[in-house]
Design a protein around this ligand. Sequence first.
Ligand code: MTE
Ligand code: MO
Length: 507
Amino acid sequence: MSEFDFPSWLRITHLLNFFLIGLLLRSGWQIIATHPRFYWRSDCGPGTEWIKFTKRVVPPEEGAYTAHDDELEPPSWLTLPGGRNPGLGRHWHGLVTMLWVLNGLVYVSLLFLTGEWQRIVPTSWSVFPEAWGSLKIYVGFGVPSIEHFTPYDALQRLTYFSIVFLVAPLMMVTGPVMSPAVSSRFPWYPKLFGGRQAARSIHFLGMVVLSGFILGHVALVFISHREYNVTHMVFGEYDPARVAQATTILLTTIALVVIAWIAISHLSLRDRRATQKFLFALLEPFRRLTVNKLKPRNRKGQAYTEKDISPYHWTNGRYPKPDESPEWHELAANDFRDYVLEIGPSNDPDRIVRVPFEQLKALPQQEQIVAHACMQGWTGIAKWKGPKVMDVMALAGPPPADAKYLLVTSFGLAQSMHDGRPLEPFYSCIPIEDCSEDESIFAWSMNDKPLPWTFGAPLRIRVESYVGYKMIKYLRSAEWIADYRTVGDGMGGTREDSGYQAINARI
Ligand SMILES: Nc1nc2c(c(=O)[nH]1)N[C@H]1C(S)=C(S)[C@@H](COP(=O)(O)O)O[C@H]1N2
Ligand SMILES: [Mo]
């Protein structure tokens, strides 16, 4: 009936695609659950969402309700891995993206190498009227007759072409906008899509189209010429004698894939630390080859201007409670005039250098209007000012020869821990190369005013190629260390220890 067969490479990449896309959707939904709101504007102001998946109302006062308070806890049958595990969801999304793109490249390359591309690439404008004809038949609950399927009918060809050559690439180009390393190196890139939130919304809409396609596609396999479809999918050829066998194999395969999707969620949760380490080890080489090479260029490119500054800026982490840090409150009572930044080594109090607030402000200052991106998905644009991290650290002398990371700690405790342990002081370890970036500063000013309490008073760190969880607020001390594995649980910071996130926060 047709010159096209269903070679084994086609059937294998198709099955792999089904398995992988399920993992992509499920880990994507996990990420959405951390900030179930979508915007076109980069402000993310409450009430400016065009769609949201939560009924919670955000009070207009910044900091009264944190993004962390807004997180949902999706079930493991629906998302990967389920629960409040955005860190693991993000690792999975990254890993599966790479596998899915690789599988897609194999599929598309073979499509062109074998000449089979004509099965899905329309070669005549008549595909539009013909597809319209098919659509009318389906809408009337009919099925186009079998002669049209050579091997696909016009509507199928048009749909498959759009999914493979339009929707999938759109997902691939909007995904990297979420990476602060990418968008601070190429500030023009998010603008191609109307900003980071618009790109995130487009990514979301692409997901909706893909999900709708999958549902319709699977349904039509069974509704429209089932015998023809199932034997092709399973055996590679139409064989009326083996329809029952093909149907059984197909349904069993679908059931096994669904079981595997859910099993992977449960396996990931059995030992979250092991999952975190396993996925980190697989992803880190890729990050080293790509995003690690990108240094921010916001300031030079003047990515944002005063008028872009967000009227509402989400927050995460609250200022210390009085009983958590009486010290911080004492300093706050006097507008932090007596604040000093302690520059380690913390194990040798005699060698700690105490830098008074005035001295920090007297160093050369750097100002930058930049987008802060939380790994949950929200952004806020603000103007930050302060001395460069390396200039401040130099006040205590050159870094020791074995210095590889800057350990920064804060006053008070984390707002919450992802694994239910008692609250710990918020800390982070930041590689020395990233501290040396042009835009890495200790900020004491936000939008031309001293840092408000909510946003980290009196001092916070900014590393513009990172998402938010590395940018410690309420800074108490900073010290060079040789190895982050010697601090806390040894994962690189509070969110890494108890939220299973990655020390490399460039995506
Ligand atoms: N001390 C402290 N610093 C912190 C946090 C925190 O919980 N405690 N949260 C981090 C996270 S996850 C983000 S996104 C940013 C949020 O910064 P903002 O509240 O100024 O918007 O702060 C980071 N720094
Ligand atoms: Mo965050």
